[in-house]
Write a protein that binds this ligand. Structure first.
Ligand code: NAD
Length: 469
C-alpha cells in the first residue's frame, strides 16, 4: 500500500472517488509511514449514501430472512478465504500483532455467521386480544436505515458488529470507519462487492473524521445509530440523537477491574490479567485496567506480575511479538500523561513507565508494559480509561471492599473475578455493576452473550438477543 488517495465511497454498489478537498493521512503506527490519504466525504456524498440506503430498505426488508442470512454467510466465507491479506492490512494501519489481527478477521467472520443464524429466529408472538376472535400479533420490524460508527481498535470486528445484525434484521446501513483505520474496511467492502451479490444500496460506506460522523448521525434519514467509541463521543451522539429521538446503541469505553481473591490460582490470574492488559497494546475496551488483589496474596501476585510484564516482547507486529505499538502519537501521549500523573500523585513504577530505548523504536508509538503500585482509589489512573499497557495494582482486604472499589467508577463495561470458590464467584457476579463479569478468565466475549456496558459504558444492545434490538 503506497501513500495515495483511494476510492473511498461505496454508494449504491458503486465505488467512487470523493470530491472532498479535505483528506486525512493514514499512518502505519509501527513506522509512522503514510499509507494513504483518505478523504472526508462531502455533505452531498453523505446525502447520496443515505438516499441509497433508504431506497434499498423497503425491498431488502421484504426478502426472506434466509436470503439475507445466506448473503451474510457468503461474507463470512469471503473473509475466511482472505484472512491473511485482511490481517496484514490491519497490522499495517492499526499495529496489533499479526496473529491477533488474524484472530480479529476469523472472529469477525464467525460473528457474521452468528448473526446470520438469526435469520430464521426473528420471532414474534401471538397473544389473545380483548375482543371476541381477536389475536394480537407482535412482529419484529426493522428500524430502517442504520448509521454504523466504527472505532480504530478493532476496525473489522466492529464493522461486522454493525453490518451483520443491521442487515440480517432487514435494515440497511451507512457505515463510517475510523479516520485512523479505514483501509482494511475499504478492502473488505471491495472483496464483498466482488464476491457477494448484495442488492445495490443495502450497505454503503463513507470515510472521514468526526465531522463526517456527526453529519451522518444527525441526518433525518437515519432511524438508528449504532456507535462504538469513547464515552464523550457517545454523549455527543446521544445529544444529537435527542433532536429527532433517533434510537441509539452505544458501546463505549471501559475501566475493567480484575479482582484476585485470596484462594485464586495466582499463576493463572497473572497470565490472564497480563494478557488482558497488553493485548492490542492495552487498546481493548474490555482490557483489565485496574487490579485489586487480596492482601494475603498481594505480594506473590505483584512479584509474579512484574516479572511477567518485564518479559513481554515488544516489536514489529508483523513478526508476532507479544505487543506492538499504540495506534497514534495522541494515544501514546495519553498513556504517558496517565503514568506521569500517577507518579506525581505518589504512585511507584515497578516496571516500564517509558518508551523503550532501543534504536528500533525510534519510529512508531511504543510504550513499555508498566506496573504502578502505591495507588489509591481516587487517583486518575484508577478512575479513567488509559487504553495503554499500564496496570495499577491496589490491595483489598475484604470482599465488600473489592466490590466497593470496583463499582466506584463511571464505567461499567466488564469485570473479572479470580477465585476457586463457586459461591464467591456467584456473589461477585451479582454484586459487580458491570455488563459482563468473567470468572477466572479475561478477554474474548462470546457472541451469544450480551455485550453491553452499564453506567457510562454504553446503552442499547449488541450480540446475543441484543442483535434483534
Ligand atoms: P472515538 O469516539 O474517538 O471515535 C469513534 C468513531 O466516532 C470514529 O469513527 C470517529 O470518527 C467517530 N466520531 C467522532 N466524533 C463524532 C461525532 N461527533 N459524531 C459521530 N461520530 C463521531 O473512539 P476511538 O478513539 O476510535 O475508539 C476508542 C474508544 O472506543 C475507547 O474508549 C474504547 O474503550 C471504545 N471501544 C468500546 C468498545 C465496546 O464494545 N464497548 C469496543 C471498542 C472500542
Amino acid at each position: 500500500m503506497s501513500s495515495t488517495s483511494v476510492s473511498s465511497l461505496y454508494i449504491r454498489g458503486q465505488w467512487r472517488e470523493s470530491a472532498g478537498d479535505e483528506s486525512i493521512p493514514v499512518l502505519n503506527p509501527t513506522t509512522e509511514e503514510e499509507l494513504a490519504d483518505v478523504p472526508d466525504a462531502t455533505d452531498e456524498e453523505i446525502d447520496e449514501a443515505l438516499a441509497a440506503a433508504q431506497e434499498a430498505q423497503y425491498d431488502w426488508a421484504r426478502r426472506p430472512a434466509k436470503e439475507r442470512g445466506d448473503l451474510l454467510r457468503a461474507v463470512a466465507d469471503v473473509m475466511e478465504e482472505h484472512v491473511d491479506e485482511l490481517a496484514e492490512s490491519v497490522v499495517k494501519e492499526q499495529g496489533k500483532p499479526l496473529t491477533v489481527a488474524q484472530g480479529e478477521i476469523t472472529a469477525a467472520a464467525d460473528l457474521a455467521r452468528y448473526n446470520a443464524e438469526w435469520d430464521r429466529r426473528i420471532e414474534g408472538d401471538i397473544v389473545p386480544g380483548d375482543s371476541r376472535r381477536e389475536s394480537i400479533h407482535l412482529l419484529r420490524r426493522p428500524h430502517g436505515v442504520v448509521a454504523g460508527i466504527i472505532p480504530w481498535n478493532y476496525p473489522i470486528a466492529v464493522f461486522i458488529r454493525k453490518f451483520a445484525p443491521a442487515l440480517v434484521t432487514g435494515n440497511t446501513l451507512v457505515a463510517k470507519p475510523s479516520e485512523e483505520t479505514p483501509l482494511t474496511t475499504l478492502q473488505l467492502v471491495e472483496l464483498i462487492d466482488e464476491n457477494v451479490d448484495f442488492p445495490e444500496g443495502v450497505f454503503n460506506l463513507v470515510t472521514g473524521g468526526g465531522e463526517v460522523g456527526a453529519r451522518l448521525v444527525s441526518a433525518d434519514e437515519i432511524d438508528m445509530i449504532s456507535m462504538t467509541g469513547n464515552v464523550e463521543t457517545g454523549k455527543e451522539i446521544m445529544r444529537t440523537a435527542a433532536d429527532d429521538l433517533t434510537r441509539v446503541s452505544l458501546e463505549l469505553g471501559g475501566k475493567a477491574p480484575a479482582i484476585v481473591w485470596q484462594d485464586a490460582d495466582i499463576d493463572a490470574a497473572v497470565e490472564d490479567v497480563l494478557t488482558a492488559r497488553i493485548t492490542n497494546a492495552g487498546q481493548v475496551c474490555t482490557c483489565a485496567e485496574r487490579v485489586y488483589v487480596h492482601s494475603d496474596v498481594r505480594e506473590e501476585f505483584e512479584e509474579k506480575y512484574v516479572d511477567a510484564a518485564g518479559n513481554i516482547e515488544i516489536g514489529d507486529p508483523m513478526d508476532n511479538p507479544d505487543m506492538g505499538p499504540q495506534i497514534s502519537a495522541r494515544e501514546l501521549e495519553k498513556t504517558e500523561r496517565a503514568v506521569t500523573q500517577a507518579r506525581e500523585e505518589g504512585g511507584r513504577i515497578l516496571t516500564g513507565g517509558k518508551h523503550p530505548s532501543e534504536e528500533t523504536f525510534n519510529q512508531g508509538y511504543w510504550y513499555e508494559p508498566t506496573v504502578v503500585t502505591d495507588v489509591s482509589q481516587d487517583m486518575d489512573i484508577i478512575q479513567n480509561e488509559v487504553f495503554g499497557p499500564v496496570t495499577p495494582i491496589m490491595e483489598i482486604n475484604s470482599f465488600e471492599e473489592a466490590i466497593e472499589y470496583a463499582n466506584d467508577s463511571h464505567y461499567g463495561l466488564s469485570a473479572y473475578f479470580f477465585t476457586n470458590d463457586y459461591r464467591m464467584a456467584m456473589r461477585a457476579a451479582e454484586d459487580l455493576a458491570f455488563g459482563e463479569t468473567y470468572i477466572n478468565r479475561t478477554l474474548g466475549e462470546s457472541w451469544q452473550g450480551h455485550h453491553i456496558g452499564w453506567n457510562q459504558s454504553g446503552m442499547g444492545g449488541e450480540d446475543g438477543i441484543g442483535t434483534l434490538q
